[in-house]
Design a protein around this ligand. Structure first.
Ligand SMILES: N[C@@H](CCC(=O)N[C@@H](CS)C(=O)NCC(=O)O)C(=O)O
Length: 206
């Protein structure tokens, strides 16, 4: 049985739980992170030296980095609908997965920590505004893409990229600030939040 180490409220753990639901994979979640078992221990760092979750354990194989875990699960469990085999279609999914992990996530992190988590280390109003400005800029890129596809980020069908980007979009709507109108993103979010895996694992505590 697959074992996932991490906390249910973590966006990166949610990706993996949602992917398991899309692929019909049973798994066991072991709770790690603040308020649960401490990731800053030698035992956890032997699994992931970054002291971060999620970690996937599949028999004697240990893997960290959420988007790598998504790809692994799809590759191992017949997930070609989520992660196509055809090189260009696959590259398009990879493009949006990498964009989410680097540009999009990097933009919203400070604002989310300040406005939702109320983190004392994220109390600088100017940095919050800079983070919001960058977040808006990338969300407009997403809006343009969704206008083009009329459906999902990599094209007409739901893919791994929608798990990662969809969770970032969820954060966008959960963070309290004046949201600019992005009609295609609104429609996308309505499509995403109807999925059983999202409902099961991605709602509740932001
Ligand atoms: N790039 C990593 C980032 C992982 C990450 O930032 N994990 C956070 C939770 S979302 C974490 O483990 N934080 C430490 C903690 O909460 O104790 C991934 O995508 O897996």
């Amino acid at each position: 049985m697959l074992k996932i180490l991490g906390k249910r409220s973590s966006i990166n753990v949610r990706k993996v739980l949602w992917a398991c639901a899309e692929l019909g994979l049973s798994h066991q979640l072991e709770e790690w992170g603040s308020g649960c078992s401490d990731v800053n221990t030698d035992a956890f760092k032997a699994l992931n030296p970054n002291a971060m979750m999620p970690v996937l354990i599949d028999g004697d194989f240990v893997l960290w980095e959420s988007n790598a875990i998504l790809r692994y699960l799809a590759n191992c469990h017949g997930g070609s609908a989520l992660y196509p085999l055809e090189p260009r279609a696959r590259a398009r999914v990879d493009q949006w997965l990498d964009w989410q992990a680097s540009d999009l996530n990097g933009a919203w992190r400070y604002a989310f920590m300040a406005l939702v988590r109320h983190s004392p280390e994220h109390g600088d109003a100017q940095q919050t505004q800079r983070s919001l400005d960058a977040w808006h800029r990338f969300m407009r890129v997403l809006e343009g893409r969704l206008v083009d596809t009329g459906a999902y980020v990599a094209g007409e069908t739901f893919s791994l990229a929608d798990i990662a980007v969809g969770l970032s979009v969820h954060r966008w709507y959960q963070t309290p600030f004046e949201h600019p109108h992005l009609d295609a993103v609104d429609d996308y979010y309505r499509r995403i939040e109807r999925r059983a895996g999202f409902i099961a694992h991605c709602t509740g505590v932001p």
